[in-house]
Unconditional design. Structure first.
Length: 197
C-alpha cells in the first residue's frame, strides 16, 4: 500500500453581524458575495482588528483569499460614521466575535449621541402634590427664546409651551392626581348608641 495525500482547498469564511457565518469556495471575488446581499459591504478581519470602525470596505473586484475571515456589514452603518477616537489598552488580544460586538456597541453609542440635542421634559410628582418639571433644551434655542421675549416670565412661558408641544406633556400635567396623604386610623371603633336587631 502506498501513502496518499488528500488536500481540500480552504474556503473564505464570511461572518454576518448577527454571528452567522458561511463559506465561499475559491476562486471568488467580493462581488459574488455582494450580489446575494445588496446594500452590504465586506470588511477584512485583520483590518477590523487593527482599525475597528475605520476599516475600509473591500472593492467589489477584490479576490477573497483562502482561509481568511471577512465580515459582511450593512452600508448604511458605514456611511454615517465620522472619525471616532480609538482607545488603546495595551496588548489586548481579542477574537473576531468580541471585535464585532464592540463594533456594534460603538455604532449604537454613536447613534445615542445624535439624540442628545433634542428638547425633553421630565415630570415628577412629590408626595405633597407638588409637580417638578425638568426641561432640557439646547443653549442656542434658549438664547433665541430669551431674545424674542420681553422679560424672563414670558421666556419661561414660551419654553414650557415649546416642550409641551414637542413631548406631549399636557396629558401628564392635566391628569388629576390622587391624594397621596395617608388616611389616619383610629384604634377604637365608635359604636352606635342603639343596636337595631
Amino acid at each position: 500500500m502506498g501513502n496518499a495525500l488528500g488536500g481540500r482547498k480552504k474556503a473564505a469564511k464570511i461572518m454576518k453581524i448577527d454571528g452567522t457565518a458561511f463559506k465561499v469556495k475559491p476562486p471568488a471575488q467580493a462581488i459574488t458575495v455582494l450580489r446575494d446581499h445588496p446594500g452590504h459591504a465586506l470588511l477584512e478581519s485583520d483590518e477590523v482588528k487593527r482599525l475597528a470602525v475605520r476599516a475600509r470596505p473591500l472593492d467589489p473586484d477584490a479576490q477573497l483569499q483562502r482561509g481568511k475571515l471577512y465580515f459582511l456589514v450593512e452600508l448604511t452603518q458605514l456611511r454615517g460614521r465620522g472619525a471616532p477616537r480609538r482607545a488603546w489598552s495595551g496588548q489586548l488580544q481579542v477574537g473576531a466575535k468580541e471585535r464585532l460586538e464592540s463594533l456594534r456597541l460603538t455604532r449604537r453609542s454613536m447613534s445615542d449621541l445624535s439624540l442628545a440635542g433634542r428638547c425633553s421634559v421630565d415630570v415628577e410628582e412629590a408626595k405633597d402634590g407638588a409637580v417638578r418639571l425638568r426641561v432640557r433644551l439646547p443653549k442656542v434655542q434658549v438664547e433665541k427664546l430669551m431674545q424674542d421675549s420681553r422679560d424672563a416670565a414670558e421666556a419661561a412661558n414660551k419654553i414650557v409651551q415649546l416642550c409641551v408641544e414637542k413631548d406631549g406633556v399636557q396629558q401628564k400635567l392635566l391628569q388629576p392626581t390622587a391624594d397621596h396623604r395617608k388616611e389616619k386610623r383610629t384604634r377604637f371603633v365608635v359604636t352606635p348608641d342603639e343596636i337595631i336587631v
